[in-house]
Design a protein around this ligand. Structure first.
Ligand SMILES: Cc1cc2nc3c(=O)[nH]c(=O)nc-3n(C[C@H](O)[C@H](O)[C@H](O)COP(=O)(O)OP(=O)(O)OC[C@H]3O[C@@H](n4cnc5c(N)ncnc54)[C@H](O)[C@@H]3O)c2cc1C
Length: 296
């Protein structure tokens, strides 16, 4: 029945047995993220791009909802389908090129969206480059999803969120058209810290970054890289008996010339949790809050 609903009424020339799954087990596998549960009518694991664009255009014409899925580690329910098609990008996992722009000398990587972020970071590091975005879920998250969510991590304090590195995107629009968006200028300072919701302050490419799959499907990504950095880091955890003092300390640290890679506040709630853990030294059990500071 579901097969009929999705495809029988069309002239699509698709072998739906290969990448389409209507069975309960597969629909269950793609039914939840960290906070939300839903049930897609069908799971489609993207195979060849030509078919993907046909399917997107067809679903759009039939008003069948499509929800794009990476590794479903997001905590907003945005990768969970309540109905329609759950379109998984995990098989589109090829790194296409790593190199240096001949005109500007800027290192770059061109990749499909389904590469796991940790694998991408490792691949560019092996070529002597560094890709900074480091969401805590980087060992599972797919690079396309990190662009779709403008993911950040502890290093964003120094290196900024994903948006800053996105130079070019190839996207599939709802009607199946493929469009290439190239950044013309630098990322405007105002939106450097925008990590959620639509961004109307930059260029067209900035509207797609962080739009969580609601405007287009990200098909190909060109990311700017940094030259490899010194891997040695210095980590300090500062305890405070007074919460206000820990906030003041952040202001003082911001005035320092050398910028920390990360400054994370562990406020009273999280500190209470830490103090209940067996790893917490006795001497710290009276403290109110902590600052986690990382420098290169
Ligand atoms: C323990 C944990 C720690 C986390 N830490 C951080 C953190 O430090 N910083 C942070 O920013 N986030 C964090 N997250 C949130 C999440 O992991 C990131 O947003 C990550 O980018 C999601 O990757 P994913 O592959 O799991 O994407 P999914 O959850 O599968 O999808 C995320 C969104 O991207 C869309 N999407 C996926 N692929 C495409 C595509 N090709 N085209 C268009 N849209 C697409 C989906 O529709 C969905 O809206 C964390 C999550 C967990 C569970």
């Amino acid at each position: 029945m579901a097969v009929y609903l999705f495809f029988n009424m069309t002239k699509l020339n698709i072998d739906i047995t290969e990448y389409f799954y209507f069975d309960e087990q597969m629909r269950e596998r793609y039914s939840k993220d960290a906070v939300y549960q839903g049930t897609p009518s069908c799971v489609y694991r993207a195979g060849d791009w030509e078919t993907v664009t046909e399917v997107i255009a067809h679903c759009n014409a039939k008003q069948t909802p499509i929800t794009f899925c990476g590794s479903q580690t997001s905590m907003t329910g945005s990768s969970v389908a309540d109905e329609g098609l759950a379109l998984s990008l995990s098989l589109k996992n090829k790194i296409l090129d790593i190199g240096k722009d001949t005109k500007t000398g800027t290192p770059f990587v061109i990749t499909e969206p389904g590469v796991v972020l940790a694998d991408l970071k490792k691949a560019v590091q092996e070529q002597g480059y560094f890709y900074p975005p480091d969401p805590t879920s980087y060992k599972e998250a797919l690079v396309g999803s990190t662009v779709a969510t403008n993911a950040t991590g502890e290093g964003s304090f120094k290196y900024g969120p994903t948006r800053k590195y996105v130079q070019e995107l190839e996207v599939v629009l709802p009607n199946g058209t493929i469009k290439t968006l190239v950044r013309q200028k630098n990322v405007p300072v105002l939106i450097l810290k925008n990590t959620a919701g639509y961004c109307h302050e930059g260029e067209e490419i900035d509207e797609i970054i962080g739009s969580e799959g609601t405007l287009a499907m990200i098909k190909k990504i060109k990311l700017n890289l940094l030259e490899d950095i010194n891997p040695h880091v210095f980590v300090l955890v500062l305890p405070f008996s007074n919460f206000e003092k820990s906030i003041q300390a952040v202001s003082l640290l911001l005035k320092k010339e050398t910028k920390a890679v990360a400054i994370e506040l562990i406020g009273p709630g999280a500190a209470d949790y830490f103090k209940r853990c067996s790893v917490c030294p006795e001497e710290l059990k009276e403290e109110r809050s902590f600052l986690y500071i990382k420098e290169e």
